[in-house]
Every structure is written in structure tokens, then in C-alpha cells.
Design a protein around this ligand. Structure first.
Ligand code: ADP
Ligand code: GLC
Length: 496
């Protein structure tokens, strides 16, 4: 059987770990999970571990896979779900040294959407799609002649992996342990009870201590219950999900399993997000010389058709447009500051239709001062983060958040709600050693007041602004520290 070619640096205590995620950049991405599922295994390999990753081969994945010279293994796996056999092909791509396995089953994944025909609708067979994905991921090691010490499953789409492992689905992996990472507890993969037969788990597990949650089969809960270790993507979010405010009805389950829970704050990919080398930018810069950033700002203004009004702070937002991200607060708050000539706004995002309509109305009200790009646009996201002075992330909750860290690396001060990973990464300038702005309660008054404070610092205290930029640009957000924590966690369950 052809095997991965990527060499693993010598490490006498090398851990073999298979990451199982429904999105991996640059193959397919709807949010930060894709960034993490690429960058974390890559960082683990840099530490000398044999980390690999697998994902479903959606329609759009084929394009990137072909571009990168995918190699298809001759023998498909046969994966049973609810009495139906699915043929699952295995593609292998070498992503700059990281082996990426594509699990291809055209009747389930060869579609335009990831989770549904649009962002507002799910596919009716998602329980089957992700049951087959979890089973195929666990069968993969056998098919390629490899035995990982750890399977590391991400989010509800891979939530069945720890349960299937524990229940002996793959008897060839008796010593393998599982880690389950919650990237966002609001998304749980909740299905009608009869869908549990697709998972192939014993029916008696349909009870509130295991897979059932308020009368539904819940894949996220299943992952939490059965995993050897549960992690989430920031230290503060690990605390928050134990409360009813942030637990999305799973807080009692989390508290029950708190003995095996930890929070490890994500890093960012320092190569993909580096203003000194970023190919998406019209000019490059670093902390020593910000002239390129000023050029990026000019270029962003003209790209977005904004008035060339020098005095205004250029404010950016790159986000899924959902209630989580506090977009409504931004829409409600900004008009007085725009009318006073203090700020211009660029938003790059897609999501809930009502928020898109409200943003459209805002742009109509302030032509030349507000620009909104609807949809996913990697290049514009980089140019918006580089060209803006201030970056908004007033999230109601935020498990980690990556864009605030990208913004800081690009000398753009983040304005964030003090929650989850935002609280772990952004320090308010009022401390004297800050790199951004934070606020507490999610209401218009608190948000407007911190926005006013940020625009005031920009306008009247350029030296303090520049000092905060420098602190943000030099903060270490690299993956190395987080990857080290994961390696220690793996070791704690692999070696006695
Ligand atoms: P979440 O995963 O909750 O959406 P994160 O901050 O963790 O939030 O990650 C969002 C990721 O998606 C970042 O890499 C960000 O740059 C990217 N992103 C979000 N919206 C867009 C968009 N419209 N176009 C391009 N990239 C986007
Ligand atoms: C989720 C969270 C986000 C986090 C990302 C990667 O999408 O909403 O806060 O940064 O996962 O862990």
C-alpha cells in the first residue's frame, strides 16, 4: 500500500496522531476550524511528531487536490451505515510535508455545499454523511498500514470518533486514545433519535448519560462523553462553557466531564499571515517600517471606492455575518461616527440574510464611507486586515477567534468583546501595555463607548496608537506554544 512520503524529523518520543476535521485549509474552509486543522498538525510535525489529517472530499476539494498532485490509493474502503455500504476512496496529498488524506464518497460529499445547499439550510442526510466520515477516518489507519497513538477529532462532524473507538469499531487500534476539540459549542450536530442507527452505536447508548440530549441524538455530546480528553480553543472558553450563559444547554455535561477538559488557545499560521511576505497585499511592511501599511490603506480605500478622506480611521471587519459576531451592534452604532467624519467602514463577510440586508441599507445611507463585500474572498480579507487601522470583533461569544490575532500581526488594533479567546489574546490599552480595546456587556451603550474611545486614541494620540500597534505586531501568537501543549496532553494519555 502506498504510504505517506513526508519525512518526520527524528524525535525519540514521536507521537503519531491523526487529526479528523470536516474542513482543512487550503482545501476547503468556512471558518477558523479549517485554519486550525491545517496549522496544528503542521506545527506538531515541526516538533517532530507524525501528525496527519483527513477530511471529506467535497466537490471543491477535488480542484485543490488536483492542483497539488493528489495520489489515489487503488483500493477503496467499504463503510457501512444503516445497512447501506458506501465505497470511500482515499486520496493522499503532500501539503508542504503534511500528509492530508481525502475521504471520497461521491454520493455523500461531491456537492457544492459543505453542510447544506446554502448557509441557511442543512443537507437532510448530514447524520449519514458524518457517520460515514467518522467511521472512514477510523478505518483509514488500517487501510494505509499505520497505527496512530492518538485520534484527534474536531467538532460535531467528527464527534462519533471517540465513541466508535471506545466501542471497538476498529479492533486494530486497541491502544489508540482519543482527543476531542470543541471549536464552537453552539453547533452540536443534533439529529432525530432514529439517526443513531447510522452511527452503528449500541441503541442502549441512547440515554442522557451518553448520546441523547433533550430527545435528540447529539454528536457533539457523544464526542464529549466518550473522548479520553476534551479540549477547547481558549482557556477562558473552557471556563465559559461550564456556565448556562455559554454552554448552549451542554453546560451540565461539560461540568460533569470537567476533569478531562482543558483550554488551549489557538495560534496563527505565521507564514500565511505575515505582512512582510503576504502575496495578497499591494505593499509589504513590518514592525520596523509601516510605510507599506499606509500604502495598503490607500489601496483598500480605492479598491472599495471609499472617499479619500485622510482624517477618518479606516475600520475593518472580516467575519461570518451571524448573531454570534455582534454585526448588529456595529450596524446600530456606526452612523454617528461616520457622519462626523471620524471613521469609514469595510466589511467582508457572508451569512445571515437579514444582516446582509441591514448592511446593504447602511452602505446605501453612507455612500463612499461604507463598503460591504458579500461572500468569501481570501485576498480581500488579507487586504482588509492589512489596510484597516481598527478591526471590529464585538462577538457575543468567541471560542477563540483568529482574525483578532491576524489583525494584531498586521498592525491593526482589534476592538473586541472581553470573552473567550478574545479575552485571552487582547489586552486593553488602558492597562498601559495593551494591544487593542475590550468591552464587557453586549449592548449598544458599551459598544459605542469603546468605539468612541478607540477613535479618540486614533485621532488625538498617534504615539500611543503606534505603541499599541508595535505591541500587537510583536506578540507571539505562533502555533509552537499551543502545539507543545497538545503534545503534552497526548503524552499524558499515551504513556503511563
Ligand atoms: P469563525 O471560525 O468563528 O468564523 P475565526 O476568527 O476563528 O472565526 O476564523 C474565521 C476565519 O475565516 C479567518 O481565517 C477569517 O480570515 C476567515 N473569514 C471569515 N469570513 C471571511 C470572508 N468573508 N472571506 C474570507 N475569509 C473569511
Ligand atoms: C470556531 C470558533 C472560533 C475559533 C475557530 C477555530 O469557528 O467560532 O472562535 O477561532 O473555531 O478554533
Amino acid at each position: 500500500m502506498p504510504e505517506s512520503t513526508a519525512a518526520v524529523p527524528a524525535n525519540p518520543r514521536c507521537i503519531a496522531v491523526l487529526h479528523i476535521a470536516s474542513e482543512v485549509a487550503p482545501f476547503i474552509k468556512s471558518g477558523g476550524l479549517a485554519d486550525v486543522a491545517q496549522a496544528l498538525p503542521a506545527a506538531l510535525r515541526r516538533l517532530g511528531h507524525d501528525a496527519r489529517v483527513c477530511l471529506p472530499c467535497y466537490k471543491r476539494v477535488y480542484l485543490e487536490a488536483d492542483r497539488r498532485g493528489v495520489r489515489w490509493l487503488p483500493q477503496p474502503m467499504i463503510i457501512e451505515s444503516g445497512g447501506v455500504d458506501h465505497r470511500v476512496g482515499i486520496g493522499l496529498v503532500d501539503l508542504d510535508g503534511l500528509p492530508v488524506y481525502l475521504l471520497a464518497c461521491n454520493e455523500l460529499y461531491d456537492r457544492d455545499g459543505l453542510y447544506g445547499p446554502s448557509q441557511h439550510q442543512d443537507y437532510e442526510d448530514n447524520a449519514r454523511r458524518f457517520s460515514v466520515f467518522s467511521k472512514a477516518a477510523l478505518a483509514l489507519p488500517g487501510a494505509i498500514g499505520w497505527a496512530p497513538h492518538i485520534v484527534h477529532a474536531h467538532d460535531w462532524q467528527a464527534g462519533l470518533v471517540p465513541a466508535l473507538l471506545e466501542r471497538g469499531f476498529n479492533r486494530a487500534l486497541p491502544a489508540t486514545r482519543s482527543v476531542f476539540t470543541i471549536h464552537n459549542i453552539a453547533f452540536q450536530g443534533s439529529f432525530p433519535p432514529h439517526d443513531m442507527r447510522l452511527a452503528g452505536l449500541d441503541p442502549w447508548l441512547y440515554n442522557p448519560m451518553h448520546c441523547e440530549h433533550f430527545g435528540r441524538f447529539n454528536m457533539l455530546k457523544t464526542g464529549i462523553v466518550f473522548a479520553d480528553r476534551v479540549t477547547t480553543v481558549s482557556r477562558r472558553y473552557a471556563e465559559e462553557i461550564q456556565t448556562s450563559e455559554f454552554g448552549w444547554t451542554l453546560d451540565a455535561v461539560i461540568r460533569h466531564h470537567a476533569y478531562k477538559l482543558s483550554g488551549i488557545t489557538n495560534g496563527i499560521d505565521p507564514i500565511a499571515w505575515n505582512p512582510a511576505t503576504d502575496p495578497h497585499l499591494p505593499a509589504r511592511y513590518d514592525v520596523q517600517d509601516l510605510a507599506g501599511k499606509r500604502a495598503c490603506k490607500q489601496a483598500l480605500r480605492s479598491e472599495c471606492g471609499l472617499a479619500p478622506y485622510e482624517g477618518a480611521c479606516l475600520v475593518g471587519m472580516v467575519s461570518r455575518l451571524t448573531e454570534q459576531k455582534g454585526v448588529d451592534l456595529v450596524i446600530d452604532a456606526v452612523s454617528p461616527y461616520i457622519l462626523a467624519g471620524r471613521m469609514q467602514l469595510v466589511v467582508v463577510g457572508s451569512g445571515d440574510l437579514y444582516l446582509e440586508h441591514r448592511l446593504h441599507a447602511l452602505q446605501q445611507r453612507h455612500p463612499g464611507w461604507v463598503y460591504v463585500w458579500y461572500g468569501y474572498n481570501e485576498g480581500l480579507a488579507h487586504r482588509c486586515i492589512a489596510g484597516s487601522d481598527l478591526f471590529l470583533m464585538p462577538s457575543r461569544f468567541e471560542p477563540c477567534g483568529l482574525t483578532q490575532m491576524y489583525a494584531m500581526r498586521y498592525g491593526t488594533l482589534p476592538l473586541v468583546r472581553y470573552t473567550g479567546g478574545l479575552a485571552d489574546t487582547v489586552v486593553d490599552v488602558t492597562t498601559g501595555a495593551g494591544n487593542g480595546f475590550t468591552f464587557g456587556p453586549v449592548d449598544l451603550g458599551h459598544f459605542s463607548s469603546v468605539l468612541d474611545r478607540a477613535l479618540g486614541l486614533y485621532q488625538y494620540f498617534p504615539a500611543e496608537w503606534a505603541a499599541a500597534q508595535r505591541r500587537g505586531m510583536t506578540t507571539d501568537f505562533s502555533w509552537d506554544r499551543a502545539a507543545q501543549h497538545y503534545a503534552e496532553l497526548y503524552r499524558s494519555i499515551t504513556w503511563p
